[in-house]
Design a protein around this ligand. Structure first.
Ligand code: ZN
Ligand code: ZN
Length: 346
């Protein structure tokens, strides 16, 4: 099969002919019809992810159909259209037993802990725990865009922050995660203030539901501006980018008893970013992380898509071929382009 491979961190990718994966007894192989390009893939390629050992095939947000099933995968048929969470859970550890598959102690992640979906086929483990059936009306490109950023934002906004109607939600960074969070918070009846360094992304943020925007030009006091717009600070604030600056601002622009959710990854030199802990104490702020979403919570997300309350297809910026992804991945560090890019030609 064809796959996009890098032989070493930061080295150019190339299209290679590699063996097709075979399913484990509890696993499945999926014929990839669409797979998203994500900043985490770029982080992986840069060498920021300790799970990755080159040569490597990136890609973790995909949709397609079941091409092969292991012996022990009850309830699934070949040819069914599916997606999976990027955190594939074991189904049996204490976290999985408590329903928190997104922090499974024995998780596997295609595109990180083993070869991913920038390829014609990708394998997943513990298929019965991780497969999510796609409703007929959801196309593969849109479904691929759910797998990581949209689902992650759904959990962050709905399950972690528990955003309520009328609350102010600040979203720092308007890439895929941020735009998803804006759309979801708006659908819940919250008012959203979006922060970004580019006008293009802020325009997109407004088109998917932001009521106010802050253009961070470097000369703007982001924290003060958000506090003014929200009449005293956001109830909920999300660092959707993952940087010491957006993290700090997201905590500092909260009102008393506000909730910060860290969704953007903190990697490499950013792992131990400064947090205004004095404010956390004095204002009784709550800080939460959010890491993917369990397969069993997709039903709630898919129901909101079917009702039209959420339109993730609006976040898809463009579709490209596997060949074009070789170049597109390596330029992701520059923050160029708006919306989510999805590979849909292999
Ligand atoms: Zn587990
Ligand atoms: Zn991703």
């Amino acid at each position: 099969m064809r796959a996009a491979v890098y032989q070493a961190f930061t080295e150019p990718l190339s299209l290679e002919d590699v063996p097709e994966p075979a399913p484990a007894d509890h696993g499945a192989v999926i014929r990839v019809r669409a797979t998203g390009l994500c900043r985490s893939d770029w982080h992986g390629w840069m060498g920021h992810d300790p799970d990755i050992t080159p040569p490597h095939v990136p890609g973790h947000e995909f949709a397609g159909e079941i091409a092969a099933l292991g012996k022990h995968v009850p309830g699934w048929r070949l040819g069914e259209r599916v997606t999976v969470p990027f955190v594939c859970a074991c189904g049996v550890c204490p976290q999985c037993q408590s329903g928190n598959h997104q922090v499974c102690e024995s998780q596997t992640q295609p595109g990180f802990t083993y070869w991913g979906s920038f390829a014609e086929y990708v394998a997943i483990d513990h298929a019965a725990v991780n497969l999510v059936r796609l409703p007929e009306e959801l196309d593969e490109v849109t479904a691929a865009s759910l797998g990581c950023r949209f689902a992650t934002s759904f959990r962050a906004v709905v399950d972690q922050a528990k955003v309520r109607p009328g609350e102010w939600v600040a979203v720092h960074g308007c890439g895929g995660v941020g735009l998803s969070a804006i759309m979801i918070a708006d659908a819940l009846g919250a008012r959203v203030v979006a922060v970004d360094i580019t006008r293009e992304k802020l325009a997109l943020a407004q088109s998917v539901g932001a009521s106010a925007v802050v253009h961070d030009t470097g000369n703007v006091d982001v924290v003060e501006t958000v506090i003014q717009i929200t009449g005293g600070g956001a109830h909920v604030s999300i660092d959707a980018l993952g940087s010491p600056w957006t993290c700090f601002n997201s905590v500092a622009n909260l009102r008393r008893r506000g909730r910060h959710v860290q969704v953007g990854l903190m990697l490499a030199d950013h792992r131990h970013a400064a947090i205004p802990m004095d404010m956390v104490v004095a204002r009784e702020l709550r800080l939460m992380g959010s890491h993917g979403m369990q397969a069993h919570r997709y039903a709630a997300l898919l129901a909101m898509i079917r009702s039209g309350a959420l339109r993730p297809q609006r976040l898809v910026g463009k579709t490209i071929s596997l060949e074009q992804s070789l170049e597109a991945l390596v330029t992701m560090g520059s923050f160029g382009g708006a919306g989510v890019t999805v590979i849909d030609r292999f």
